[in-house]
Ligand binder design. Sequence first.
Ligand code: A4P
Ligand code: MG
Length: 203
Amino acid sequence: MTASFAAGPSDPTVQPVPASVVAQVDAADTTLHNPKRAVISLGANLGNRLETLQGAIDALEDTPGVRIKAVSPVYETEPWGVEPGSQPSYFNAVVVLKTTLPPSSLLERAHAVEEAFHRVRDERWGARTLDVDIVAYADVIDDDPHLTLPHPRAHERAFVLAPWHDLEPEAQLPGRGAVADLLDAVTREGVTPRKDLELHLPE
Ligand code: A4P
Ligand code: MG
């Protein structure tokens, strides 16, 4: 969008485009020509956990403007943040994708995928068929509670860091440092690789 158009032509019936809209359209244009890398964490502790995780990967790939690049190994993990023994264990995995969607649209899509797998939101950290979180989007750092980037708890969770490190040993979590160092600093207790299980890239 050009500045002269934004400033408004002389025809009085044509309203000038507000600068904020110009900025948004320009940002969307830039993303379209320059796909961004995002890291997504998947978790399930109800239902058929492996099938759900694979279904979520396939559904993300079916999103226009999203291409899955890598899928991590599967980990079986003790529920974090709740009384031990009060919930079934999770299966967790991480995917790396490239996307032309801006972060807000990627989050909308993540929620739609959760809903497709009958996710019910009743209590925070409650058991769920599927959780799809955006761990990181390019090098964006943003403390907006609706979409905090990177994910505000990713740096302290072995169930996110371990599968991500398997995929990308050199990865950096924006604002937090090397994933390898973060992983060294947290306990891996209760985070077990399930080498007998496998998720795959969508066909
Ligand atoms: N939100 C803000 N930033 C983000 C982000 N980067 N990615 C907002 C995704 N969502 C983000 O999330 C609540 C709100 O967070 C959303 O509406 C979104 O706008 P939610 O998915 O509705 O609820 P939640 O997941 O129960 O809450 P929360 O606080 O996001 O929980 P977490 O931190 O995702 O933890 N234990 C094991 N072993 N494995 C797990 O996967 N997951 C959780 C959920 C707890 N314990 C776990 C696991
Ligand atoms: Mg969540």
